[in-house]
Ligand binder design. Structure first.
Ligand SMILES: *Cc1c(COP(=O)(O)O)cnc(C)c1O
Length: 435
């Protein structure tokens, strides 16, 4: 139920791995992000067992933008994964959380000199070159720092994936990566090979997010191995590393069919192994970058129900005490979430439109939600909010970013505290700082 076996029902109320959701709401306040820790660690263990341990010479990087908090990093590192970062800020947080630098991949379509200098000074494991200008930029900075950077080159495999146009990155028309519909990626590879401070390891791609169809991954693997062959033929360089990216899809609602991770991995690895032997090369080191798949289903957001307003003959609006500031995805790309009244799971159902409290008509939480006799003061739960919720949260309308609580086998612990009002003026130099 609800995308995680740790979400259960007890006496008509929602339990999150043994703790009543409404008790957590009362204790920590709302909005509140609750993570079922065992959903997170089960998935990390599956990445470890079905990929890292099963296939030698592989690596998995957790795409940290999905949820970049210390408690997640701790488990990610413990299970043998590395991480992806895209900005100096993500690198800072990861290093502060104790992620070993050699396990970090630095991505990004517009890295600044400051970003790259920081990455070099931290000795991050790999930098993923995304566009032509970055080759000379990184070579110059690495020379200044007297370092050799391990790099991958991100190419556009022209495989389209992703549930929504805004999360598709694999087609011709994208800001990410080197085009492959002409020879620009081959030219880029030649110029990287000519750089004295760049050590080219191989190729990278990421075709999109929330991919529910295994055949997209197998197509990507085939295409990447085509590129390995072409690159070898045209440049003499044999990529020693092939990263097929992230985008492993999850179930947000009952309509979604989640990707079967282990099966997808087996199919991808079979292709890469077969194509390597056809090319007469050693199978390259294979990397994956799951983000959402690791954290989304572990997360549940709890809100308190406030205003309930019926527009006669039109609809009933049910307002909660958060919304787009803590979950921008419905407004940003029409994401659909499942909701329940946590303290009254069953009862006669009413159809409502769940909206947030921000001053925007587009501040939607869930359309056509079927809730059991919703009343002001109830706890509303929204499922599968572990990815791209907290990490996309803003202070719009000066909402405070919510706390994050981990729950495991009946015991909860707060891992991120809610911002205070004082936090909201912390950087405002024209406001007297409260104590
Ligand atoms: C966002 C991103 C991912 C992870 O995507 P998910 O859909 O969360 O798995 C992986 N790789 C790159 C380069 C990304 O930008």
């Amino acid at each position: 139920m609800y995308g995680s076996r740790y979400l259960t029902e007890h006496e008509n109320t929602l339990m999150i791995d043994g703790v009543a959701a409404s008790e957590l709401a009362a204790k920590y306040g709302t909005p509140l992000y609750v993570m079922a820790e065992r959903e997170l660690t089960d998935r990390l263990a599956l990445v470890r067992d079905a990929f890292l341990a099963k296939y030698p010479d592989t690596y998995a990087s957790y795409a940290s933008k999905a949820l970049s908090i210390g408690a997640v990093y701790e488990q990610v590192v413990k299970h043998g994964l590395g991480i992806d970062v895209v900005t100096g800020g993500e690198l800072y947080v990861a290093r502060a959380a104790g992620v070993p630098a050699e396990r970090i991949y630095f991505h990004g379509s517009n890295k600044t000199d400051e970003d790259l200098r920081y990455a070099l000074s931290e000795n991050v494991g790999t930098i993923v070159i995304d566009h032509a200008g970055e080759i000379a930029q990184l070579e110059r900075l690495a020379a200044e720092e007297r370092k050799t950077a391990n790099v991958l080159i991100r190419i556009v495999p022209q495989v389209i994936g992703g549930a929504h146009a805004k999360i598709q990155t694999g087609g011709v028309d994208t800001k990410f990566g080197f085009s492959t519909h002409d020879d620009s990626y081959l030219e880029a590879i030649r110029s990287i090979l000519d750089c004295g401070h760049l050590s080219l390891q191989g190729i990278h791609c990421h075709v999109g997010s929330q991919i529910q169809d295994t055949s997209l991954f197998t197509k990507t693997a085939e295409t990447m191995m085509d590129f390995v062959g072409t690159i070898r033929e045209q440049t003499g360089f044999t990529p020693a590393e092939v990263n097929v990216g992230g985008g492993f899809g999850i179930a947000y609602t009952e309509a979604d069919i989640p990707l079967v991770f282990a099966d997808t991995i087996d199919q991808v690895m079979a292709i890469i192994e077969r194509r390597s032997s056809e090319l007469g090369i050693k199978r390259p080191r294979v990397g994956i970058e799951p983000g959402r798949w690791i954290v989304a289903n572990a997360g549940t957001t709890l809100y308190t129900v406030g205003a309930i307003k019926t527009v006669e003959g039109v609809r009933t609006y049910l307002s909660v005490d958060g919304g787009m500031a803590d979950n921008i995805r419905p407004a940003l790309y029409g994401a659909v979430y499942e909701t329940v009244i946590a303290n009254r799971l069953a009862g006669s159902m009413t159809e409502v439109t769940v909206v947030g409290a921000a001053c925007e008509s587009g501040d939607l939480v869930a359309e056509k939600a079927h809730l059991a006799k919703p009343q002001t003061g109830d706890t509303l739960a929204v499922f599968a909010t572990g990815a791209y919720n907290y990490s996309m949260a803003s202070n719009y309308n000066q909402f405070r970013r919510p706390a994050v609580v981990f729950v495991k086998d009946g015991v909860e612990r707060e891992v991120v505290r809610r911002q205070s009002y004082a936090d909201l003026v912390r950087n405002d130099l024209m406001i007297h700082q409260p104590n």
